[in-house]
Design a protein around this ligand. Sequence first.
Ligand SMILES: NC(=O)c1ccc[n+]([C@@H]2O[C@H](COP(=O)([O-])OP(=O)(O)OC[C@H]3O[C@@H](n4cnc5c(N)ncnc54)[C@H](O)[C@@H]3O)[C@@H](O)[C@H]2O)c1
Length: 324
Amino acid sequence: MGSLDGRVAVVTGAGRGIGREEARYLAAAGAAVVVNDPGVAPDGSGGDRSVAQQVADEIVAAGGRAVANTDSVADWSGAARVVETAVGAFGDLHVVVNNAGIERGGALGHLSEAAFDDVIAVKLKGTFAISHWAARYFRERDAAGAREDRSIINTASGSGLLNPLPTQSNYAPANAGVAAMTIVHALELGVLGVRVNCLSPSMVRTRLTAGVPGMPAAPTATGEFDPNHPAVIAPVAAYLAGADCPLTGQVLSVRGTAVTINRGWSAGETISSGTEPWTVGRLATAARELPVTDPYEDLAASLSGALGPMSAAQVRALVAAQVG
Ligand SMILES: NC(=O)c1ccc[n+]([C@@H]2O[C@H](COP(=O)([O-])OP(=O)(O)OC[C@H]3O[C@@H](n4cnc5c(N)ncnc54)[C@H](O)[C@@H]3O)[C@@H](O)[C@H]2O)c1
């Protein structure tokens, strides 16, 4: 008996990296899985239809149930076909893992319109598109009296939540948007019995993080636990996917074995001009009371946790090298 027996799941971007491990784990736990992936390069270019098929074949060879789908989540009718594939192949849909993502970085003055649009299209619009078609199906099932636990699991990134990174004016807001959308969809779909949560992986060794400084190499000893392996995210996705999971509207960061609940933006100190409107002069004086922070120091503090001690001056120098 698996914890996901009888559940039907879609995992987007499931041909490689984190999504591949999530698809395999969900299938091993008993779910029938649609392995969605057009097999594109890390920047979204190209395509290879064998990538999704290979993962589906691996799952079937291991005794699980899976079919491949190679539509892009960024394509509106393609996203509809992903949902239709689940219902057509397995008769229902209970779990959606929105995992697909691409990266195309560059400093603001260098980043092209296409690079901005494409990253937003896969991450933010792709999450919306798949969830939209799933929500239509969930609404139909609910209207037909077939209410059961259903679960959407989105994927964000620390770049967008905790430490938006320079050169990512597409990727960081796309991920922040996914986290915001998670709350919107949890509120809307909660009335249909659908739970919506978000994972935020961190320091997972995939081709997307190949150039990230400080990424530990894979352990050489066989059988040694690897906290940076893409498989570390899968049990958390499977937990959120399970019919017994009570969570909804949560954004969980996952780094190695640490699962951290995110609190999002929170209101800090307030200054007020009372019953009179502000003037620029009075505001300039009063604003000195606000405990503002330096963004270079904030990023240095955030990166120090992952990469070891780092000063604001070092961060500024790194950024300067990329902006020029
Ligand atoms: N690796 C990390 O440390 C890390 C950190 C934070 C967030 N993430 C997020 O985790 C997710 C998975 O990333 P990964 O590191 O496994 O990367 P990856 O490149 O190994 O896997 C991503 C997969 O998504 C697929 N994909 C790309 N565009 C698609 C589209 N339009 N439709 C469907 N599939 C598409 C790719 O073909 C690829 O197989 C991404 O959303 C990424 O932003 C990863």
